[in-house]
Design a protein around this ligand. Structure first.
Ligand code: SAH
Length: 379
């Protein structure tokens, strides 16, 4: 039996190639994009502006398969969390955060995560695999349907489970679909990729996407960042900031957002705020402080409101736009760093084996990632 092509894996360029292979005109791509993403249609028979013959052929060779909602939770503050079943084995979580006049969807890019940031619960569960583009954009698809008539999805942040830039191609395809006027039509400033700092991939992203970039900084110096974000040993702060400056070099993209988790007694002193202010003095940016969200067995504590306030003041006095992320959805474990899903087969594997995609392997070899391994997860 031939495997059917899931058309959710394809952006406009991919769909045009798909239809060209079938001897069809390129405009079929935009027609089908609209049906899938704007109308939420997954049955080719309902795509009435395609000929009957084309619909029949599509049914034979293709499908529109979205992740399945296992359950939906709604927080007291209006935040939604969906647990999605992918392949009978793995589950991921997607979160929607409604705010005054807008609504932000937080999507996952991998099942688990291979990086070992010490303050993140996703890291504790190890890594299974990259999500396909269909599984990434499928989260937007599912949320857009579930929210119909209830709330407006205006922004997407790739801040769920996983490191999007270690799933580069599928992330970029998904970003393209989010920003395509024939699909979700989101403006580039409303689509944000968050990275822990995979420097070579940041340069590549600058070539192919206009999405906004958020960088998980979390420390004002290498010594502390090596501890909190072990990836820093590979790509230290100076290299990371160079990549940030490169990303916003041309006018298309304006500012980097630096995320900084507030950990009591670890990275939240006034001295550290001064250090941070000097570090960021020549990077067009804003700083988003994230009060730490606890999870079982963590050694860290959330900074006090006073500490956050003092930290903010130092940055603001230096002219840095600084906001504190409001904790949302923590009553349903939907807050930053609390997403766990269900990761099947968390065997210890080297990153090279984890990223068989040649593109990613190239990236890893260039940067000799082999030091990193995946933590065994047992619970
Ligand atoms: N891997 C990407 C995207 C996922 S995390 C990245 O590192 O940017 C999204 C944001 O939540 C990151 O800034 C991450 O550092 C932060 N985060 C992780 N765990 C957290 C926790 N327990 N409390 C608060 N923020 C956390």
């Amino acid at each position: 039996m031939t495997v059917k092509q899931n058309l959710l894996n394809l952006d406009r360029v991919g769909l045009e190639a798909f239809f060209a292979d079938m001897g069809e005109k390129p405009f079929r791509a935009t027609q089908v994009l609209k049906w899938m993403h704007q109308m939420g249609v997954s049955d080719f028979d309902e795509m009435t502006n395609l000929s009957k013959a084309l619909r029949t052929r599509l049914t034979e060779v293709a499908e529109v398969r979205v992740p399945e909602i296992v359950f939906e939770q709604k927080s007291d503050d209006g935040t939604y969390k969906w647990v999605l079943e992918l392949d009978g084995q793995n589950r991921i979580e997607t979160v929607f955060i409604p705010e005054e006049g807008r609504g932000t969807l937080c999507v996952s890019s991998q099942v688990g995560c291979a990086l070992e940031c010490t303050f993140c619960s996703t890291a504790q569960q190890g890594f299974n695999r990259n999500l396909s583009a269909a599984e990434i954009i499928g989260q937007v698809w599912v949320a857009a349907r579930a929210l119909e008539g209830k709330a407006n999805l205006t922004n997407v942040v790739m801040m769920g489970m996983g490191e999007p830039l270690l799933n580069f191609n599928n992330t970029v395809t998904s970003l393209n679909i989010m920003m395509d006027d024939f699909a979700y039509g989101l403006a580039k400033r409303r689509v944000t990729v968050s990275t822990s700092g995979v420097v070579p991939a940041m340069y590549r992203l600058a070539e192919v996407s206009d999405a906004s970039l958020a960088v998980s900084l979390h420390a004002p110096n290498d010594e502390l960042r090596n501890e909190l974000v072990p990836l820093n040993k590979k790509y230290p702060i100076a290299e990371l900031l160079d990549a940030c400056k490169h990303y916003i070099k041309d006018e298309k993209r304006r500012k980097i957002t630096f995320e900084y988790v507030m950990l009591s007694g670890i990275n939240d002193s006034v001295e550290q705020a001064h250090e941070l202010k000097h570090l960021l003095a020549d990077v067009p940016c804003k700083v988003n402080l994230i009060p730490f969200n606890p999870f079982p067995n963590t050694q860290y504590k959330r900074s006090s409101n006073n500490a956050i306030h003092r930290f903010t003041n130092v940055l603001k006095e230096a002219g840095l736009v600084t906001t504190t992320r409001k904790t949302r959805g923590d009553d349903i474990d939907a807050a930053c760093g609390q997403l766990v899903g269900k990761v099947k087969d968390k065997t210890k594997r080297q990153l090279k084996q984890l990223y068989p995609d040649s593109h990613e392997v190239g990236l890893l070899e260039k940067s000799s990632f082999d030091r990193l391994s995946v933590k065994q997860y047992s619970r």
